[in-house]
Design a protein around this ligand. Structure first.
Ligand code: ZN
Length: 263
């Protein structure tokens, strides 16, 4: 009978030498930490009482992750080097839209979201992309982008599934209310009906209440927009958003096409 634990160990070592791991000195050295400030902990001392604060490297990592997510939902904008400086406003309304998106970044989180209205090619989506990208340096932790029609079909698709654990209408609404920044393209593109108007209202109103901004665009303006948005949403439009109706020529078309008489 083995009387002592050390004797038991010695016995195991003698009869089965492979049972023990190699000597600690045989392990390779751990690679040196990437961040010399926090030794890759992600936190550094904030004061003499031992409180900690996030290290700059953690913030840099966070931004890399978000930039990758941003590239995924705005694929054509990420590679083209857009910035507020490269957007050249050609009309007063374009200048107002630019100012609004810059303020969004500077004053994040803002009182309300942004709705940019106007024809195609005015740079609406680009400006909203820049506003979201700029807000990433603040406390934005998550964001989503939906074409409004896609949002409705996504919600409708939940009605036909009986699978356990399936996504429900409520799940989607709750998620879109909770996300830090929501981008909605083509608001009011179809007359969606009372059901869809109600869903959209619930999401936008829930977000406003929690002061989570929505960045939206639409090709419609004036009365047409209000009709397509539905009464309830149209009447609260200015509570939910700072609205700019953008005027001007399609920026993607060469000027000579619009004004062949110009030199
Ligand atoms: Zn660090």
């Amino acid at each position: 009978m083995v009387e002592k634990f050390s004797d038991a160990l010695a016995e195991v070592r003698r009869t089965n030498p492979k049972f023990f791991l190699a000597d600690a000195s045989e392990f390779p050295e751990a690679p040196p930490p990437v961040c010399a400030d926090c030794r890759d902990l992600g936190f550094v001392p904030a004061d003499a009482e031992g409180r900690m604060k996030p290290c700059v490297c953690a913030d840099r990592k966070r931004q890399q992750v978000f930039q990758a997510a941003l590239d995924e939902i705005f694929p054509i904008y990420s590679t083209r080097g857009f910035s507020f400086e490269t957007y050249r406003p050609e009309t007063d309304s374009q200048r107002a839209a630019l100012r609004l998106c810059q303020d969004f970044v500077e004053d994040y989180p803002p009182e309300k979201g942004i709705l940019l209205a106007g024809g195609t090619g005015l740079g609406k989506t680009c400006l909203l992309y820049l506003a979201l990208r700029g807000a990433l340096v603040h406390t934005v932790f998550n964001f989503e982008r939906f074409k409004t029609t896609m949002l409705f079909s996504r919600i409708r698709s939940t009605f036909n599934s009986d699978k356990p654990g399936r996504e429900t209408e409520y799940d989607i609404i709750r998620r879109l209310v909770a996300v830090d920044v929501l981008v909605l393209d083509d608001l009011g593109v179809e007359k969606a009906g009372e059901w869809a108007d109600g869903i959209l209202y619930t999401i936008l109103d829930g977000r406003l209440e929690k002061r989570r901004p929505t960045l939206a665009s639409t090709n419609l303006t004036g009365e047409t927009l209000d009709q397509k948005l539905g009464h309830r949403l149209a009447s609260r439009k200015h509570d939910l958003f700072n609205v700019v109706e953008m005027a001007g020529a399609d920026r993607r078309v060469p000027k000579s096409v619009h004004n062949p008489a110009s030199p």
